[in-house]
Design a protein around this ligand. Structure first.
Ligand code: FAD
Ligand code: NAD
Length: 487
């Protein structure tokens, strides 16, 4: 489902030479372009589909718009006094209409206006790199255009759903994140393949909308990179919402039958019949067709970069990759963070200054390696930052972890009757700082930023002790965790 409604291109004259050429106007490309313009350079951004990218139209925004109504309903139902005013069912039509408003009916005029106000020129079309500092664009309205970048070409082409090697998968018309965030009809039955972030969130969303959802995870757990208590809570939450979560279950074969249903043959030989199937088995780099072979890079592969997001192996420092396409941290906020660092590095180099490889320097995306926050908007919500206990130990850190039931914090228990949640803080014992934190429970997405500040700031625990959370808020979890640690 690809309902594109592009608005007019911005540049008034023929493109020729720009300081910076950015390929891909997702949230990350937009940010690099706007930041270099703010610093006094000029920039052209090239976009083949919608300005705003995957995140705005087929990923973060529509999925969160779909997940919010069931969460709001659950919140109301969990507060005596409000519960009596709720009805028993979510309104699917109104939920999908709300989603449609958040994606602006898949029209990008608002984002085009933003680019214009930021002083960035836009050219619509598909770009490829055809020489050092040279980009050729199959422009939608103008035919082929060649543009030279004085200082930098930045690839911000993002990622796309990767289809697993399942017999018949190409013929069944499987949903990817695109169809699953844009569909207008609620399927009676939905099979979801993949127990990662996309599979878990979209299983929750469609189950709330009324589908009978079966979630098939090939491994023993959902969300394997999370703390065990968090991934167990996600699975339990999905099950209690009626999702049939099946772990250790692969799919051997998929076929669309004459009656329109999808027949899946599972790894244990059993058969699952569904009306639609969603493939949520990870992402692939959108680097095919970019002409990267000329620079010794492989088409379709992720682009390795240094901390300034300069592509490694391409000499002379003109070639950068930011956002999903470099695979450092495939999240919008981390991509935008990289965009800020990358833009600062491009500007510094344009001024003749070679950025020193400084940890947490302005041009260095240091946090990618140590402090990536993430929130999953399942029910219950999950949030984490930094290292899990297991990852910290694998990195050779001497750590001690402490845990606390979030429902015993006054602010949390006031927010919902019978609040259920849990928190875990991993302390780097040698440095005396927080190495990571995971929170589970309603609303924890708004609590995790304190953990991000503690990890990035490497705040000594003795000083963190003086950061007093207000009473009665759920933020008191930070005080409880420090007390558990022994302060
Ligand atoms: C279902 C789902 C939900 C998600 N939810 C969240 C969330 O809640 N929070 C979060 O932080 N992250 C979330 N993500 C991840 C997030 O969507 C990505 O990290 C983010 O979109 C990356 O931004 P980007 O700018 O790098 O790439 P994209 O958003 O993919 O944008 C890339 C742009 O480049 C364009 N392009 C590609 N090739 C060319 C070319 N050759 N020429 C011209 N243009 C080109 C594309 O058309 C696209 O517009 C989610 C992902 C999915 C799939
Ligand atoms: N709220 C959020 O922040 C949010 C939400 C959704 C997505 N995202 C981002 O998007 C990225 C992509 O998400 P995703 O869920 O597509 O990828 P993922 O890597 O999180 O999960 C993919 C899952 O599919 C499984 N899988 C892979 N191949 C398979 C196969 N052949 N058969 C069965 N299962 C298979 C993997 O084991 C894994 O569990 C995430 O890493 C995350 O960064 C973020």
């Amino acid at each position: 489902m690809n309902r594109l409604t592009p608005s007019a291109s911005v540049p008034s004259g023929p493109p020729g030479t720009y300081d910076v050429v950015v390929i891909g106007a997702g949230p990350v490309g937009e940010n690099v372009a706007a930041r270099v313009v703010q610093a006094g350079l000029n920039a052209l951004i090239v976009e083949g589909e919608l300005v705003g990218g995957e995140c705005s139209y087929w990923a973060c925004i529509p999925s969160k718009a779909m997940l919010r109504p069931p969460t709001a309903l659950e919140t109301a139902r969990s507060v005596d006094g409000a519960r009596q005013a709720t009805t028993d069912r979510l309104d699917a039509v109104a939920t999908l209409a709300r989603r449609d408003r958040f994606v602006n009916g898949w029209q990008d005029d608002g984002q085009v206006d933003w680019l214009k106000s930021a002083g960035v020129d836009l050219l619509r079309g598909w770009a490829r790199v055809t020489g050092e500092r040279q980009v050729t664009i199959d422009a939608l309205e103008r035919g082929p255009q060649v543009v030279i970048a004085r200082h930098a070409v930045v690839v911000a082409t993002g990622s796309a759903a990767s289809l697993p090697a399942i017999e018949g998968i190409d013929e069944v018309g499987a949903w990817t994140n695109r169809e699953a965030t844009a569909a207008t009809v609620v399927p009676r039955r939905l099979a979801v393949i993949g127990g990662g972030a996309v599979g878990s969130e979209l299983a929750a969303a469609w189950s709330a909308l009324g589908s009978d959802v079966t979630l098939l995870a090939r491994g023993p757990h959902l969300l394997s990179s999370w703390e065990p208590f968090a991934r167990d809570a996600a699975a339990e939450g999905l099950r209690s919402d009626g999702v049939d979560v099946r772990t250790n279950t692969g799919v051997r074969r998929a076929a669309r039958q004459a009656d329109g249903t999808v027949r899946l043959t599972l790894s244990d030989g059993s058969v699952l019949t569904s009306d639609e199937m969603l493939v949520a088995t990870g992402r692939r780099a959108r680097t095919d067709g970019l002409g990267l072979e000329e620079f010794g890079l492989r088409s379709g592969e992720w682009l390795d970069v240094d901390d300034t997001c300069r592509v490694t192996g391409v000499p002379d420092g003109w070639f950068y990759a930011v956002g999903d396409v470099n695979h450092r941290a495939t999240l919008t906020h981390m991509g935008k963070y990289q965009a800020r660092a990358c833009a600062a590095a491009i500007v510094a180099r344009a001024e003749g200054t070679e950025p020193a490889p400084e940890r947490y320097g302005r041009w260095s995306a240091t946090a990618d390696a140590v402090a990536v926050p993430q929130v999953l908007f399942t029910r219950p919500e999950l949030a984490m930052v930094g290292l899990t206990e297991r990852r910290a130990r694998e990195r050779g850190l001497r750590v001690r972890a402490v845990e606390y039931p979030l429902g015993q914090v006054a602010g949390a228990s006031l927010s919902a009757d019978g609040y259920r949640g849990h928190a875990k803080m991993v302390v780097d014992e040698e440095a005396g700082v927080v190495a990571g934190c995971t929170l589970v429970g309603p609303g924890v997405g708004e609590l995790i930023h304190a953990g991000t500040v503690a990890v990035v700031g490497e705040v000594p625990l003795e000083r963190l002790w003086h950061a007093v959370p207000s009473f009665p808020t759920a933020s008191e979890i930070w005080l409880r965790l420090l007390e558990e640690y022994g302060l």
